[in-house]
Design a protein around this ligand. Structure first.
Ligand SMILES: *Cc1c(COP(=O)(O)O)cnc(C)c1O
Length: 233
């Protein structure tokens, strides 16, 4: 099993390097976040021993359980839809919340951050394919959403954008990633206090080559690292 993870991570790194070479990018610009859905701490540790430092979960309960079980120094990201009443369980322990997708969540994050006397780093999730079953702000509303959050919630720092492309497979996702990259550049040009646009989190196991070719600075990989899950969710 350890060998599987090693082989998988080697493959991921090779494919990222190849996509970067094709796009004239430096592979050092692309971070790998390992998604640990249905993966238990021993295998998380194997990935860590192979140099992976960023881990993510899409459900609060699993995230909290694994944050407590994993004792070596990793950074955890919340990558799934976040209910307001669960903010308190993650706000002070995760290093990045990738799924800011609505004003009411921004308000609650800001409120809890102020209680803790700290700032909180977030990505704005964009529903780039406008799919009703997915979270994220509509692409045409993303810039005004960012400006509003920046103006109204001074304990939040927007570090970039996150997207889950429609499940169309590989190369066919490229137009969505290209659209995200354009938004990322536009957002970087806003006159805003606390917007830094350093992270463009896009690309999963089925489409990360295309995402990297279009400018992703972070790919979120579950099955490409740990193998197929029993069922997707
Ligand atoms: C599950 C998940 C991933 C990883 O999915 P894979 O297809 O296994 O790579 C990435 N991002 C989010 C938000 C997820 O929920």
């Amino acid at each position: 099993m350890a060998d599987d993870i090693r082989r998988n991570i080697d493959t991921v790194r090779e494919r990222i390097a190849k996509a970067c070479a094709g796009a004239g990018r430096d592979p050092g610009e692309v971070e790998i976040l390992a998604v640990t859905k249905q993966v238990e701490p021993p295998r998380i540790q194997q990935a860590w021993e192979l140099g992976i430092r960023l881990f993510g979960e899409n459900r609060v309960q699993e995230l909290v359980r694994k944050m407590e079980a994993v004792r070596f120094p990793v950074k955890w990201h919340m990558i799934g839809q976040l209910q307001k009443n669960k903010v308190k369980y993650v706000i002070n322990t995760v290093s990045l919340i990738q799924s800011l997708d609505r004003p009411s969540l921004a308000k609650e994050l800001d409120r809890q951050a102020k209680k803790l006397g700290r700032t909180v780093d977030v990505l704005v999730q964009v529903n780039i394919g406008k799919e009703p079953q997915k979270g994220g702000v509509a692409p045409e509303e993303a810039l005004s959403f960012i400006e509003t959050v920046d103006r109204d919630y001074d304990s939040l720092r927007i570090e970039g954008l996150m997207a889950i492309a429609p499940d169309v497979g590989g190369e066919r996702s490229r137009p969505y990633f290209a659209a995200m990259r354009r938004l990322f550049e536009e957002a970087g040009g806003l006159r805003a206090q606390r917007v830094r646009m350093r992270c463009l989190s896009m690309g999963m196991s089925a489409d990360y080559d295309a995402a990297v070719a279009e400018g992703a600075t972070m790919v979120r990989l579950g099955s490409a690292i740990f193998g197929e899950r029993k069922q997707s969710r």
